[in-house]
Structure formats: C-alpha cells, structure tokens
Design a protein around this ligand. Sequence first.
Ligand code: NAP
Length: 284
Amino acid sequence: MAKIIDGKQISQQIKDELKEEVKKLKAEGRNCCLAVIQVGNDPASSVYVGNKKKACAYIGIESRAYELPEETTEEELLSLIEDLNQDSGVHGILCQLPLPAHIREEKVIDAISPEKDVDGFHPQNVGALVIGRKGFVSCTPAGIIELLKRSGIEIEGKRCVMIGRSNIVGKPMALLMLRENATVTVCHSRTRNLKEICKEADILIAAIGKPQQITGEYIKEGTVVIDVGIHRNADNKLCGDVAFAEAEPLASAITPVPGGVGPMTIAMLMKNCVEAMKNGSADK
Ligand code: NAP
C-alpha cells in the first residue's frame, strides 16, 4: 500500500506560511502585487487564471488582471509587458500560456523582466538553474521538490527517471533533481526500452502528456511515483499520466490526480511572487 502524497494539504501549508509572511511584510508597509495577463478566452486558461487570482486573494497578494481580446497584436502585448516591467508597484508578471497563434510565445517570455518572471520561463532564469545560480524556477518542478521534501522522501543518491523533456516540466525537473544530488535519467519520445529504464527508478516522475500511459509494467516495487499529467478520461473524470490503480499497489509513495502535483504549481507561483517582492524587483 503506497503512502498517498497529499498535494492539497502540502500546498495549503505553503499558502498559510506565505499568508503569515505577507501579513508581516504588510505591517512594514510592503505590499506584494502580481500582474496576470490573459489573451483571448480559452476556457482552461480562464480556470487557471481564476485559481491564481483566488490564491492571491487568500494570501494577501494584490492581483491585477489584464484580460485582453483574442485579436490583441504581439506589439500591443509586448508594450503592456514593458509598462509592467517599469511599474514599481508590480513585483511579478505572468502571461497565461498558450497564446493565440499570431503571438510568438518566445518573444513574450523574453520580454518579461527576469526579476519579475515568477513563472521562471525567461532564458536568464533557466540558465541560472543550469549553472546553479539564484533565479526563479518553473513552478511545477519546484512544487514537486517541495512535495518530496515535505513528505520526508530522501532524494540524494537516488536513481530518478524523468519521463518528458519539456521546457516547463521535464528539463527543469531533471535539473532540480540533479541539484538535490539524485542520479537522473531523462526519457522522451525517442527513448528506447522506456519500461526497462523506468523500472530502474527509485523516484519516477511522469510528464509524458498521455493519459494513464505509465502502467504497472513501468514500476519497480517500492518506487516513489510522481504524476504530473492532467487529463480528462472517457467519463470526464480527471486522471494523470500514470494508471493509478496499477501503480499504487507497487509504489512506496504516489501522488494522486487530482490533489497531487496540481495544487503545488499555484502555491509555488505565490512563493515566487513573494520572493520577487522581497528581492525588491519593483523598488529599484
Ligand atoms: P509536453 O510538452 O507535451 O511534453 C511531453 C514530453 O513527453 C515530451 O518531452 C515528449 O518527448 C515525451 N513523450 C511523449 N510521448 C512519449 C513516449 N511515448 N515515451 C516517452 N516520452 C514521451 O508536456 P508538458 O508540458 O511537459 O506536460 C506533461 C503533462 O503534465 C501534461 O499532461 C500536462 O497537462 C501536465 N502538466 C501539469 C501541470 C500541473 O500543474 N500539474 C503543469 C504542467 C503540465 P519529445 O520531447 O521527444 O516529444
């Protein structure tokens, strides 16, 4: 029987810690503000943006919403970002992805000042992670490290297998596990013998983007299984990249979907925002 890693509870703990911290900072006259930009009205993005605003309100972070129409030009969006970069009242800037096809995601990521890049997507922050310097780290991988640590799971010396190499999950996750002294293997769509490699893992992290792909055949007994995926199954219920019913009896610990990795992403975004404020990003 695996220990269920409760992301809901751990993320709540982090939000409560931040709430206390923000309260103290407010008492010193320091207010934290996050600018959230959404272009168009993709329903999934609207849910994510709504959840981010709710988390801000809970912790005591001011959130400024910029809801732009679908036909917003790249130039207009870049100009708004530049204004927010210059605005000393804004500490963090987040532009909800994906963007409409006529706007280049890369241009937008590059335009956000690295000091206000609370998503951790700017090349300067990614580079800082690679060479072990201070910077903002992508929220989902950072959240997984918190989940492991706060669940008392040792990382050092462990064999970690990361399935997926995306810029927002797989690559930063692999680098963070390396920073924590795990021995890391990164797998992707061209990997040969995926099952055999996964079976070597002490900690298996699945970000493959395919529902319930990682079945019991991929899991060695006693492995810690972290499921990053979020999908809707045929019954419209949420499920992950891992076939939970098969994996759970084999794993020593496992994250459920929902209630595992998902809630950690927003908690870490909030943490980055408070960090940006403490770094004085808006007051320079
Ligand atoms: P992605 O950009 O689609 O990347 C998927 C990765 O899986 C790619 O690196 C791909 O390899 C690899 N892959 C695909 N098929 C494979 C196969 N058969 N064998 C081995 N590797 C394979 O996805 P992502 O953005 O990293 O997200 C992954 C999942 O996490 C999605 O379900 C997403 O919804 C979810 N997600 C959740 C959160 C959260 O807050 N919980 C945040 C972000 C993402 P190639 O590079 O070779 O194509």
